[in-house]
Design a protein. Structure first.
Length: 367
């Protein structure tokens, strides 16, 4: 195997691929990246048996096809440390790989490509295309609400739900829920649901651009795949049943509160300083045209903020985890925010005043 490539062309796909490689592995070959050169196209593959990313680079100066695996971190570090305009020549000699650039020469150990696992190719049940910025928006709007290391393992991921002409993502940790829906040209009977694990969500978000470039999505029975010209991303799915999120959406809330997102975000941030570090609770006191936010902690310290809001109706006192309210304020993009409340024991529905593509549910706290 032999080729020469510019550092610039190689580094980006190499870093994407090496991102999934775990530092501590049970199988030595999993800390390597697989290089396959075929007719001027170099494929780089990294996997941790749950998530696999394949990056592709076109090679102008390729002389010998072949396949080999090399240590991922070391190869990335070598490429990163070379000058920006460097050319890298890569050749295989006696079960070792020699990487040369200018006056630099590195010899790396290798493992056979035959030992490299490939994520099994199941039949794709559903295939459709959409713009990368749509996928990025669906993930960014909901991923913060995923659980972390919850025993209910299906919550440590994100539900992807496809209906006729609609793609929706849902994440919940049992205390709050985030839901984002986008219209999409997809033809499907009934509802198709898949749970993408947390690591898969994070890696896929890293790969998506903020532009209209298309990505081909495949939802299989045990994997999800995203393909563009530059890479192929595959992740196993979480085998479990996601809770019926529709039942969690609060209905019949009659107290509508409209306020400035920036003002509320800043007020939550300031009161959070003196909230209980463990429970992060704040009290919201609602009266005509005014929202008072109060935080206390075990040291008997108190913070109070008053924010002018558009509200008229009965007064209400309700407690929330302030971090959850801050998270929602961070992902909403509108200038204003709409809160729908019913009583002090019911969840709050948070959304953009004109609807938007996302809704958020935050459960109340007893304080």
């Amino acid at each position: 195997m032999k080729f020469t490539v510019s550092r610039e062309a190689l580094l980006k796909p190499l870093q994407l691929v090496a991102g999934v490689v775990e530092r501590r592995q049970t199988l030595p070959v999993l800390s390597n990246v697989l290089l396959v050169l075929e007719d001027g196209l170099l494929s780089l593959t990294g996997t941790d048996l749950e998530v696999e990313i394949v990056g592709r680079v076109h090679i102008d100066q390729a002389s010998e096809n072949g396949e080999i695996t090399v240590p991922a971190r070391k190869f990335v570090d070598i490429c990163r440390s070379l000058p920006d305009d460097a050319d890298i020549s890569f050749s295989e000699e006696n079960q070792r790989v020699v990487v040369k650039s200018g006056r630099s020469r590195f010899t790396l150990s290798t493992l056979s490509a035959n030992d490299f696992p490939n994520v099994e190719d199941g039949p794709g049940d559903l295939q459709f295309s959409c713009a990368q910025n749509v996928v990025k928006r669906l993930i960014d709007a909901t991923s913060f609400a995923m659980a972390q290391q919850d025993v209910r393992y299906y919550l440590n991921g994100m539900l992807w739900e496809v209906k006729q002409n609609q793609l929706r993502t849902v994440a919940t940790d049992g205390h709050r829920l985030a839901l984002c829906t986008r219209d999409l040209a997809v033809d499907v009977e009934g509802v198709v649901q898949s749970i993408l694990p947390r690591k898969g969500v994070i890696e896929l978000a890293r790969l998506m651009n903020d532009n209209e470039d298309l990505v081909e999505l495949t939802l299989g029975s045990n994997h999800i795949r995203a393909t563009t010209e530059e890479f192929t991303f595959t992740s196993k799915l979480v085998d479990g049943k996601f809770p019926d999120y529709d039942r969690v959406l609060p209905r019949g809330g009659d107290k509508l509160v409209y306020g400035s997102r920036t003002e509320l975000k800043q007020a939550f941030g300031r009161t959070a300083i003196l909230s209980n570090e463990k429970y992060r609770g704040v009290r919201l006191l609602l009266s005509d045209g005014l929202l008072t936010i109060v935080a206390n902690n075990p040291e008997q310290e108190e913070a109070e903020e008053q924010v002018t809001v558009d509200y008229s109706g009965d007064s209400l006192e309700i407690g929330f985890n302030v971090s959850y309210l801050q998270d929602v304020c961070n992902v909403l993009s509108s200038d204003n925010i709409k809160l729908t409340l019913a009583d002090s024991n019911s969840s709050a529905l948070v959304e953009e005043p004109d609807g938007g593509d996302a809704v958020y549910v935050v459960m109340p706290m007893r304080l």
